[in-house]
Design a protein around this ligand. Structure first.
Ligand code: PHE
Length: 368
């Protein structure tokens, strides 16, 4: 037995070890070299062939081969297991890293989304609709009446809602016996104060504070002790008119009123002046306009007359001029008064005066 066999086995082991890559490779190596029939084990079996003298030295040499094989295997096993642990650690690390990355992405996606959201404006969306208020049909009717008379040279004058009974009645030639003075027709606000029953008192106030020529319209609220129904309200509106000048007359008055009616109700409307009575005008007239609804043919609205009564009017009574400090020998005047609700109803074919006051937007919104 020589040493070349030992070297051969060592070399063979080193070569195989260098090619080993897996745990099963190393298992094979273990069996092949250290197993019962392994290369190293079989070396010990040859101990008998060595002389007793050489035996210890030979045994030591075999042991060194054995140790080399064992340590080679151990080293490899350690390498393998280090690698496995490393891989395991790496896998954990990757998992942690990808988890963090994913979370960061989610967070930043959210931040970006929120940023976009905060400044986002979809220009294709329909605009937000804001309701805008508008004039009440009574206000716009008054505005229109005032505007038409404005073009005819009339300015606006106003008086108080609470009026003295002197101005509301006496100064207008309505004596104590006049039926309109009956408690049932007016709201008394004190011993000598009434809620004005018409705007005619503004005639007196205007005459008292200004010199002729006078040319005014006076819109305002008036009050009467009426039960509410389709055509009556205890509060409604009138527009009063007054013209006082040296040379005015009934013809001038007819001309002004006719041109107003044509402006307001329509250019082709017929206008009729019907004799009437008011204590504060003489002569007095009621003004009728051809029915808007049937154009004079006769219908329910005009009660088959073909005409609608739109205002009371007349030449200012001399007593009224006197009460206004105006000399009836020098000046003449004409006056008129119209109910705003009434003419708005006629114009817009509204059948119930209460529609103006119920504040039902379905009604009011039609008068934008
Ligand atoms: N004041 C009267 C009324 O309330 C209307 C009117 C005004 C009549 C001016 C003639 C002159 O009915």
């Amino acid at each position: 037995m020589d040493e070349s066999k030992l070297n051969e086995i060592t070399a063979m082991f080193e070569e195989k070890l260098s090619k080993a890559a897996t745990v099963s490779d190393i298992e094979t190596l273990k069996v092949d070299f250290l197993g019962k029939k392994g290369h190293v084990t079989s070396l010990f079996k040859e101990m008998g062939k060595v002389t007793a003298e050489d035996r210890p030295a030979f045994g030591e040499k075999i042991n060194r081969v054995k140790e080399k094989v064992e340590s080679g295997i151990k080293e490899f096993e350690k390498k393998i297991s280090d690698k496995a642990v490393g891989e395991k650690i790496n896998r954990v690390k990757e998992k942690v890293e990808s988890g963090i990355k994913e979370f960061e992405k989610k967070i930043s996606d959210k931040a970006v989304y929120e940023k976009i959201n905060a400044s986002y404006c979809d220009v294709t969306l329909p605009g937000k609709f804001h309701e805008i208020g508008h004039r009440h049909p009574i206000s716009s009717t008054i505005a229109e009446i005032v505007e038409i008379f404005g073009r005819l040279g009339f300015s606006v004058s106003e008086g108080p809602d609470i009026e003295t009974d002197y101005i509301n009645f006496d100064a207008l030639n309505m004596f104590d016996w006049h039926p309109a003075r009956d408690m049932q027709d007016s709201f008394y606000a004190g011993p000598n104060a009434v809620l004005r029953t018409h705007t005619s008192g503004v005639q007196i106030r205007t005459m008292l504070k200004s010199e002729p020529p006078i040319k005014i319209v006076a819109p305002g609220r008036v009050y009467r002790l009426d039960e509410v129904d389709a055509s009556h309200s205890p509060v409604f509106h009138q527009v009063e008119g007054l013209l006082v000048d040296k040379n005015t007359n009934f013809a001038a008055f007819k001309g002004i009123i006719a041109s107003f009616c044509r402006e307001f109700f329509g250019a082709d409307r017929k206008v009729v002046f019907r004799p009437s009575y008011f204590p504060f005008t003489e002569p007095s007239a009621e003004v009728d306009v051809e029915c808007i609804s049937c154009k004079g043919r006769g219908c329910a609205i005009c009660k088959n007359s073909g005409f609608l009564e739109v205002m009371g009017a007349g030449m200012v009574h001399p007593n009224v001029l006197k009460n206004g400090n105006i000399d009836p020998e020098i000046y003449r005047g004409f006056a008129f008064g119209m109910g705003v609700e009434r003419i708005a109803m006629l114009r817009y074919a509204i059948r119930d005066i209460r529609d103006f006051y119920m504040n039902d937007l379905r009604v009011l919104a039609q008068f934008r």
